[in-house]
Design a protein around this ligand. Sequence first.
Ligand code: FAD
Length: 325
Amino acid sequence: MVGWVSKSIVAMTIRMPRWFVGWVSRRYVAGPDIENAVEIMKRLSKEDACFTVDVLGEEISSIEEAQFFIDEYMKVIEAITANNLDANLSIKPTAFGLLIDEQIGMDNIEKLVRTAHTHNLFVRLDMEDHRVTTSTIQAVINLHKRGLTNVGTVLQGRLFRTLDDINELETELGPNADYRICKCIYLEPEDIAFTSYRDIVDSTNACIDRMLAAGSYCSIASHDIPVIEYAKSALEGYGMGPNIPDPRSNAGPQRDAKGPGYEFQMLLGVRGPLRRKLAKAGHRTRVYVPYGEKWYEYSIRRLQENPTLGKQYAKAFLMPWTNRP
Ligand code: FAD
């Protein structure tokens, strides 16, 4: 039933008018403007959540389009500061031009990270598909070398290369390495990535282990119980946990607005009860809050790239007890 409905949702969504796409995606997207994101963050602050804000949009087709994202993220910085929100930024490097002109893309990212630095805000470089894995990691290394340590990347458990990437980042950044680890939303080719559920979970968990062993900051971005439970037991193995200063002898610096060496992260609208349970147990929990005019393009593209998302949406509507906002 869910399989059939999910295929229909994908097929329908791609052909359907904006209102239908808006209806499917409204629980996952804050709205078109930064004010919508601020409103949601104020509401979810009461659930002890902190946030990372994403301006929707990616892979621009001309380098001039990057200016829109620079300007919009400047507004995000202003809004976070003016409203005293416990939030940082998530950016898509291809929206800053990384795939058009690597140098200009990196300069654009640096401009934003520098401004965030002056406001003591952290910037997470989301990880997109495999075309930009190496350049995204390199951007983080370059920025750290320029003294901008308020930046970290995302690594993806699905990719074969990720343990090697952790080793490289550990060598380059030492204890300042700060990761988000997720499974990976892109259905990558099987010559570079795991494709079965079990292999992806095992690989993601192995990455969590490696990050914790290296003393790095580890943001666990998953709604999947086997990943979350594994992370909790790995943390316990290191004596890490809620309200305990990070006890690892090789731990990186404790940063303002960060957890004690780790945090859990979830997407807006997904598995709220699980997030609230983690927060109630004292874990730092961060909600990824996307907003922007480009919600329609974003939703369609995500579904086309990864039709299994249709299954998640179908499950959320047909079996709402499996995923409440
Ligand atoms: P799954 O097994 O996919 O999900 C477990 C359960 O969670 C599902 O059964 C379902 O009930 C629920 N669920 C999960 N996702 C959804 C959804 N969209 N709608 C409804 N229900 C859902 N990927 C990248 O490639 N690059 C990134 O930079 C990146 N950043 C992320 C940031 C955050 C904060 C999070 C939480 C995820 C991010 N991802 C990113 C996506 C991630 O890689 C996965 O594709 C996604 O989180 C689903 O994997 P999962 O571990 O939650 O497990």
